[in-house]
Write a protein that binds this ligand. Structure first.
Ligand SMILES: Cc1ncc(COP(=O)(O)O)c(C=O)c1O
Length: 471
C-alpha cells in the first residue's frame, strides 16, 4: 500500500502532551536493544528534563540518575554552558569535515586531549561514538602492522562477556554470544579469553592466570597473525570486573613480547569515572591506543576518539602510508566545542579528584547491603560499581535463566524505576545491579541509592523465596 493510502503519519503538535508522546513513540520511534512489544501495554518511560544528578519524566516525576544516562553524563544534567559553546560554534562555523581539511575546534581539542592523555598518546582521531572508536582502533592496528611490514597481523583478542559495541568490527570484539550470533558471520579474526571476574573463578589459581591466558591465545593463533588486544580498565559487562594487581603490567609485557598493540577501551572508564582523566592511569599501564566516547562530551553531543601513541601514528606521518578510513562527522566542530566546555567543567570542578575523595563513601554505602541474603558481591572502582545477586551467598549459586528473568525484568528494573532510581539491572553474565552516577554525586545521592535498593532487594528475595515455595 502506498504511504498516501495509509494512515497519515502523526505529527507532534507543538508542546505535545504526555499522551501524545506515548502514542507517537508507539507509532514511530524504534528503540535500541528494546523488546518494543512490551510498550504496547505498558507506558514507555519518557525523560524530558535533567538537572544535576536527577532527571524528570513527562509526568514531572523525579528520578535519581544512578547510571549517568548510560555511563555518559559525567558532569551531570542541565549544564547550559555546553549548549552555549555549541551555539557559539554554530554561529561561527556549523560544520566542516576533517577529511583533508581541519578547523580550529578539532585542532584545539586534539591538542588538549593529547596533553591530558598519559605518556606519548599524542595523536587524536575523532569519531562520533564508542563503536566507531573501537572499529577505527582495530582498523588502525591492522593498518599499522601492514605499514610496518607485518601485513598478516589482523586478529583482535578481547575478553568473555566484554561489550565493545555493535558495528560489525566492534561486535567481533564484543564477547557476548547473544549479541553476536544473530549477525554471524562476523568480521574474521576475533578471539576471546577469560575476564578478570575472580568472584567466579572455579578454584584458587594464580592471580595473573587471566593475563597469561592472553599469551596462550596469541601463541595459539600465531603471533604473526595477532594485531591487537582490547581491554577495558574495569570491564563493564558482567558487572564491573576490576583487574588483579599486576594484571595490566603482565598484559603489557605480553603485548610487547609479541608486537601486539594494547587498546584500552575507555568508552566508559575515562573522563573521571575511575577518579582519573583516563582509566589506564588508575592501574598504571600505558596502552598503545585509547578508545573513548560518552563522557568526552558528557554526551551533550555525540563524539568519540581513538588516541594513538607516537609509535602507532609514525608510519602515517612521515612515510607514504595512509590510514584509509574516516567518518563524515568525525571531529564535528559543534561536538568539539561541547567537549572543550565539558573538559573545562571537569577541570574546574576537579571531578576526577572528587571521585577519588568520595569513592570510599560510595562503596561503603553499597557494602552495607551485604547483610541482605541476595547480595553476593560488591565490586568496581571509582563511581562505577556493581552488586552481584545470588541465590546462595555461601555457595555463590546464581539464579537460573527463568529466575533471573523473573528477578530482573519481572521485578527489579520496573520496581527501582517506580521508586525513583535509574540504574542497570543486567544478566549478560550473572545477575547484577550496576551504578554509575554523575561524578558530582555525593552523600545525599549515595544514601538515596541505598534507601531505594535496600527494600527493593529485600522484596526481590521474598519473591524468589515465594516462587521456590510454590515450586
Ligand atoms: C567499553 C565500550 N566500548 C564500546 C562501546 C560502544 O559505544 P557506542 O554505544 O557509543 O557505540 C561501549 C558502549 O557502552 C562500551 O561500554
Amino acid at each position: 500500500m502506498s504511504k498516501a493510502l495509509q494512515e497519515p503519519p502523526s505529527v507532534a503538535p507543538e508542546g505535545a502532551t504526555h499522551t501524545d508522546l506515548q502514542e507517537l513513540a508507539r507509532r514511530h520511534l524504534w528503540l535500541h536493544f528494546t523488546r518494543m512489544g512490551a510498550y504496547e501495554r505498558e507506558e514507555l518511560p519518557v525523560i524530558e528534563r535533567g538537572e544535576g544528578c536527577y532527571v524528570y519524566d513527562t509526568h514531572g516525576k523525579r528520578y535519581l540518575d544512578g547510571l549517568s544516562a548510560l555511563y555518559c553524563v559525567n558532569i551531570g544534567h542541565g549544564r547550559a554552558e555546553l549548549g552555549d559553546a555549541a551555539a557559539a560554534q554554530a554561529a561561527r562555523l556549523g560544520f566542516y569535515t576533517n577529511w583533508s581539511y581541519a578547523h580550529p575546534p578539532a585542532i584545539e581539542l586534539a591538542a588538549r586531549v593529547a596533553a591530558l592523555a598519559p605518556g606519548d598518546l599524542n595523536r587524536v582521531f575523532f569519531v562520533s561514538g564508542g563503536s566507531e572508536a573501537v572499529e577505527s582502533a582495530w582498523k588502525l592496528a591492522k593498518a599499522y602492522h601492514a605499514a610496518t611490514g607485518e601485513p598478516r597481523k589482523h586478529k583482535i583478542i578481547a575478553r568473555h562477556l566484554a561489550y565493545h559495541g555493535t558495528s560489525m568490527g566492534a561486535l567481533t570484539a564484543t564477547g557476548l554470544p547473544p549479541l553476536r550470533e544473530p549477525f554471524e558471520p562476523l568480521t574474521p579474526g576475533g578471539r576471546h579469553v577469560p575476564n578478570t571476574n575472580s568472584y567466579r573463578w572455579p578454584e584458587p589459581r594464580d592471580p595473573l592466570w587471566a593475563a597469561d591466558a592472553i599469551e596462550e591465545a596469541i601463541e595459539f593463533e600465531g603471533p604473526h597473525t595477532v594485531a591487537a588486544v582490547i581491554l577495558e580498565p574495569v570491564q563493564n559487562s558482567g558487572g564491573c570486573f576490576v583487574p588483579q594487581d599486576g594484571y595490566f603490567q603482565r598484559v603489557r609485557e605480553i603485548c610487547d613480547r609479541h608486537n601486539v598493540l594494547l587498546i584500552s577501551d575507555e568508552v566508559i572508564c575515562a573522563w573521571g569515572r575511575l577518579g582519573h582523566w583516563f582509566g589506564c592511569e588508575r592501574y598504571g599501564y600505558q596502552p598503545d591506543m585509547i578508545t573513548t566516547a560518552k563522557g568526552m562530551t558528557s554526551a551533550y553531543a555525540p563524539m568519540g576518539a581513538v588516541i594513538a601513541s607516537e609509535r602507532v601514528a609514525e608510519p602515517f606521518l612521515h612515510r607514504r602510508a595512509i590510514f584509509n578510513h574516516g567518518f563524515t562527522f568525525g571531529g564535528h566542530p559543534l561536538a568539539c566545542a561541547v567537549a572543550m566546555a565539558n573538559i573545562d567543567v571537569i577541570d574546574r570542578e576537579r571531578l576526577p579528584q572528587r571521585v577519588l575523595e568520595r569513592e570510599g563513601e560510595f562503596r561503603a554505602t553499597l557494602e552495607r547491603l551485604r547483610d541482605l541474603p541476595i547480595v553476593g558481591d560488591v565490586r568496581g572502582a571509582g563511581y562505577f560499581l556493581a552488586i552481584e545477586l545470588v541465590k546462595d551467598k555461601h555457595t555463590k549459586q546464581s539464579f537460573d535463566a527463568r529466575e533471573s528473568e523473573q528477578l530482573l525484568r519481572g521485578f527489579l528494573s520496573g520496581e527501582l524505576y517506580r521508586r525513583g532510581l535509574i540504574c542497570r539491572t543486567d544478566d549478560r553474565g550473572d545477575p547484577i545491579v550496576q551504578l554509575s552516577p554523575p561524578l558530582i554525586a555525593g552523600r545525599e545521592q549515595f544514601e538515596e541509592i541505598e534507601s531505594i535498593l535496600r527494600p527493593v532487594l529485600s522484596e526481590a528475595w521474598e519473591l524468589i523465596a515465594q516462587g521456590r515455595r510454590h515450586g
